[in-house]
Design a protein around this ligand. Structure first.
Ligand code: ARG
Length: 252
C-alpha cells in the first residue's frame, strides 16, 4: 500500500513537473552591449536594458516559452561568451560577417544596418572618400571589434591613410569626437542618429560606408538556432518585428 502511494506521489510530481515545464522551458541568456541605442541601451528611468534587440528577444522567448535574461558586456566579449557557453545567444545589432561565421552560427536577418560617419558640423571631412584621399591623415574613432573597426583598420590604418582609435563603447567613441580627440566616428547609422541627436555640433555624412545585415548569433550547431529561426520568421511575417523597429526608429 505504502509503495503504491509512493508511486502515485512520484507520478503526480512528474506530471506537475511537466506542467511547469510547459509554462517555462527555462531561461535563455542573451549577451549584448547596451551602449548602442536604439538597439540596446539603459532606460534612464527604469535602469533596464531596452531597445529593438531587447524587445525582439523578449518576443522570441515569449513565443518559445523561455524566460529571458540580458547580460551586458563589452561588444568584443559577446562572441567568446557564446562559444564558451556563458550566454545562449548574442544579439547586439550584430552584423553577419564571414569572419564571425567561422566561430558562430547566425539566424536569419531581422534588420539592416548601415555604417555611417559622424563628424563635427564644421569638419573638413565632407564625404567618406575624404578619409582615403591622397594625403589624408585623419584619426577615426570606432567601437572595438565592430565592423566599423574592421573596415577602417583595413581601408584607413593599414592602407596608410590615417589611424584608428578603438573604444569599448560607441558612447565613448562619440565622447572622444566631441572633445576633439578623433576626427570622425564610423558606426552603425541608427545609433549614429541617436548620438547626433543627443550631442550638439555633430552631423552625419550623406555618404555612408556600407550596408549590412543584423542577425542573432548562436554557438555552432546549437539546437536553439532552428527554434529561434522559426519564431523569428513568424514575428517578421506577422509584423511584430517591424512594429518594434517603428517604435524605436521614427522614419524621417
Ligand atoms: N553592427 C556592428 C557590428 O556588428 C556594430 C554592432 C555594435 N553593437 C553594440 N551593441 N555595441 O560589428
Amino acid at each position: 500500500m505504502k509503495r503504491i502511494l509512493a508511486l502515485v506521489l512520484v507520478c503526480m510530481m512528474a506530471l506537475a513537473g511537466a506542467a511547469f515545464a510547459e509554462e517555462s522551458k527555462g531561461t535563455l541568456s542573451m549577451g549584448t552591449n547596451a551602449a548602442f541605442p536604439p538597439y540596446e541601451y539603459y532606460d534612464d528611468e527604469t535602469g533596464e536594458i531596452v531597445g529593438i534587440d531587447a524587445e525582439v528577444a523578449a518576443a522570441i522567448c515569449e513565443k518559445l516559452g523561455y524566460d529571458l535574461e540580458i547580460v551586458d558586456m563589452e561588444f568584443s566579449a559577446i562572441i567568446p561568451a557564446i562559444t564558451s557557453g556563458k550566454v545562449d545567444f548574442g544579439m547586439a545589432g550584430m552584423t553577419v560577417t564571414e569572419e564571425r561565421l567561422q566561430s558562430v552560427d547566425f539566424t536569419i536577418s531581422y534588420a539592416t544596418g548601415i555604417q555611417s560617419v559622424i563628424v563635427p558640423e564644421d569638419s573638413p571631412i565632407t564625404s567618406v572618400d575624404d578619409l582615403t584621399a591622397e594625403g589624408a591623415n585623419y584619426t577615426v574613432g570606432v567601437q572595438l571589434g565592430t565592423t566599423g573597426d574592421l573596415y577602417c583598420t583595413g581601408d584607413i590604418e593599414e592602407a596608410g591613410f590615417g589611424s584608428v582609435e578603438r573604444f569599448n563603447t560607441g558612447t565613448d567613441a562619440v565622447l572622444a569626437l566631441t572633445t576633439g580627440k578623433v576626427d570622425c566616428v564610423v558606426i552603425d547609422d541608427a545609433p549614429a542618429q541617436n548620438f547626433v541627436a543627443a550631442n550638439e555640433g555633430l552631423k552625419i555624412l550623406d555618404t555612408s560606408y556600407t550596408v549590412e545585415e543584423y542577425a542573432i548569433a548562436l554557438a555552432k550547431d546549437s539546437a536553439l538556432t532552428e527554434e529561434i529561426n522559426a519564431a523569428l520568421e513568424e514575428l517578421i511575417a506577422d509584423g511584430t518585428v517591424q512594429a518594434i523597429v517603428d517604435k524605436y526608429i521614427v522614419a524621417e
